[in-house]
Design a protein around this ligand. Structure first.
Ligand SMILES: CC(C)(COP(=O)(O)OP(=O)(O)OC[C@H]1O[C@@H](n2cnc3c(N)ncnc32)[C@H](O)[C@@H]1OP(=O)(O)O)[C@@H](O)C(=O)NCCC(=O)NCCS
Length: 273
């Protein structure tokens, strides 16, 4: 299956670094054996319903395909290479699944955005920097859910998941797939994000932008997005890609920072239980 959207193609680029993405002809199987509870790392990438295709039949087909491909998973996850339309969205939500429309935005250039006073923007370097990444995400999640994790309890298993993801990010950086950046007040990490690309690739994709809840609305995320993006462009990237949930504050921020909408891909999830 040929992936057409910038959003999903860069997502699958990253999934390959910690797992496998297998072309199965009419879909792609995304599998992260080490992290069976990583919903978006274990799912099927599928085309959206064709014009005139029955939404219920489309949904039943891919739901069944997921269960045959990943029989051990407690969740269900489909990554749709585009928009699904209102009728399919209705079928999906009626079945108790969640739907996230993710907007991919892109730019080839960024205007300068200086760091707010007292903060140093730089790539993470060493244990003392990296050990702050998972706690910062957890502090943010405890203060305010994102559209993606709304309603999820911040329990031991969630904390373990966030720590495992942080370890994966560090491994990508160590294997040369890009950099993780931070906004530091002294040695304390106040905001972070990743910017990564395939070896030799010309598209750099941002990951997991977060600012400490006590430091928001001071221009930190914007400055960090710009600093990391400029560094990636200087290192050979020709295009920057960032993804935001359609109902997020981040989407407004990225548009105001100079990114323009490129396309949409859709996550369909049935959580375990
Ligand atoms: C989204 C997020 C990263 C933004 O971080 P931030 O550091 O607050 O971002 P900024 O300060 O650069 O911009 C946020 C807003 O503050 C405004 N702002 C910037 N400097 C400001 C200042 N000095 N005074 C008042 N407002 C200011 C910006 O214009 C922007 O306004 P908007 O909400 O109208 O778009 C943060 O809210 C967060 O961590 N959310 C949870 C995780 C998340 O959803 N991440 C995004 C994943 S795609």
């Amino acid at each position: 299956m040929h992936i057409t959207t910038l959003g999903l193609s860069t997502e699958l680029m990253i999934r390959r670094w910690s797992g496998e993405v297998l072309d199965r002809g009419d879909h792609q199987l995304v599998h992260t054996p080490d992290e069976p509870d990583f919903w978006m790392g274990n799912g099927l990438a599928v085309p959206p319903p064709a014009r005139g295709e029955d939404p219920e039949a489309w949904f039943a087909r891919w739901w069944g395909a997921f269960e045959r491909a990943l029989p051990g998973c407690e969740h269900r996850a489909l990554l749709v290479d585009g928009d699904v339309g209102a009728a399919t969205a209705g079928a999906v939500t009626a079945a108790g699944w969640l739907m996230h429309r993710n907007v991919a935005l892109t730019t080839v250039d960024l205007a300068t955005a200086p760091a707010p006073p007292g903060l140093l923007l730089r790539a993470l370097d060493g244990e003392r920097d990296w050990e702050q990444v998972a706690p910062l995400h957890l502090t943010s999640d405890e203060a305010e859910a994102t559209p993606w994790n709304a309603g999820l309890p911040i329990d031991d298993s969630y904390r373990a998941f966030v720590r495992t993801r942080a370890a994966a990010k560090r491994a990508w950086v160590e294997r040369g797939y890009g950099a993780w950046w931070g906004a530091f007040a002294g040695r304390s990490l106040m905001a972070t994000l990743g910017i990564v690309s395939d070896h030799g690739g010309t598209v750099a994709r941002y990951q997991d932008v977060v600012t400490h809840p006590a430091c928001r609305r001071r221009g930190i995320a914007r400055a960090l997005v710009v600093a990391a993006g400029k560094a990636a462009l200087a290192s050979g990237a020709e295009r920057l890609v960032i993804v935001a949930h359609e109902k997020s504050d981040a989407l407004r921020l990225y548009r105001a920072t100079g990114f323009v909408d490129a396309d949409v891909y859709t996550e369909l999830i049935r959580r375990p239980g």
